[in-house]
Design a protein around this ligand. Structure first.
Ligand code: B12
Length: 215
């Protein structure tokens, strides 16, 4: 029993080093082996995909890897998410709908995509709108899809004014829609700025999200 964490860590270490060197074949092989060993998808997402990208971000911040290396690594994670997607996608009608989008000027889309996939795993129909979505386009899409929940993703603190403006705009057009906000910049948002909107809240992580959306 005691050796288990060590084994798990060594698999993660191999995954990270393959990712940093851009070795997508090894990354995919490791993911296939983890899936063969029945790793839950959310664990694969959080303990491998998210954890490694956070580490890539920190290496980049400390000038230990280049922007190009970070771009290649992010691209590999996005490919791996597409690879596992068929495992969670069920071709059946679903009652509940969510639409998840990055706000304007927000280019970090992996977390938002992951959130959509978490909704799918929990029996929801999801629409991933993408990165850097202008408010008018988002409003049109909400009008068209009529989701039960709108998820907004924000990673960069300097985008908080854009986020607040987006919430205001959505609430002016769709006062009853539920809005959830997530991403690494949420820790910089003052709670009072959100509290004034009905059915609007920050969701801190995937575990909190799953409590909220379990059908
Ligand atoms: C890849 C990356 C990029 C790529 C993104 C490409 C892409 N296809 O997404 C590019 C090159 C575009 C980029 C650009 C920049 N980046 Co960048 N980037 C990253 C990096 C390395 C990984 C991001 C990622 O995918 N993480 C993994 C995902 C899974 O995690 P996540 O986003 O946190 O999502 C999880 C939760 O937050 C939550 N969540 C997220 N969204 C939502 C939404 C809802 C509704 C809910 C409920 C939950 C939720 O659930 C997810 C799953 O658990 C991070 C490092 C890091 N710590 O993340 C830096 C990082 C985010 N970037 C950073 C910076 C500074 C920048 C730039 C300003 C750099 C520059 N000078 O140009 C620009 C800004 C561009 C912009 N306007 O958006 C900083 C942000 C610091 C800050 N908080 O302000 C970070 C933290 C790097 C660092 N350590 O300094 N970046």
């Amino acid at each position: 029993m005691e050796s288990q964490p060590k084994i798990a860590n060594s698999i993660y270490d191999s995954f990270l080093s393959a990712l940093v060197t851009g070795n997508k074949i090894t990354c995919k092989k490791i993911v296939k082996e983890l899936l063969n060993d029945d790793i839950p998808l959310r664990e694969l997402y959080i303990e491998y995909f998210q954890k490694s990208l956070y580490e890539i971000g920190s290496l980049w911040e400390h000038n230990r890897i280049s922007v190009a290396v970070e771009h290649v690594a992010t691209g590999i994670i996005e490919q791996l998410m597409s690879f596992v997607y068929p495992l969670l996608f069920e071709d059946t009608d679903k009652d509940k709908k969510v639409l998840v989008s990055c706000i304007a000027n927000e280019y970090h889309q992996v977390g938002a995509k992951m959130v959509c996939d978490i909704f799918e795993m929990n029996g929801w129909d999801s629409y991933f709108v993408g990165s850097n979505i202008q408010i008018e386009d988002l409003i049109d899409m909400i009008g068209e899809k009529q989701p039960d929940i709108v998820g907004l993703s924000i990673s960069i603190y300097f985008n908080i004014p854009v986020l607040l403006n987006t919430i205001k705009y959505i609430k002016n057009n769709f006062p009853e829609v539920e809005i959830i906000i997530g991403g690494q910049a949420t820790k910089f948002i003052k709670p009072a700025e959100i509290a004034k909107y009905k059915h609007t809240r920050i969701v801190n992580d995937i575990f909190e999200l799953e409590q909220l959306i379990r059908i």
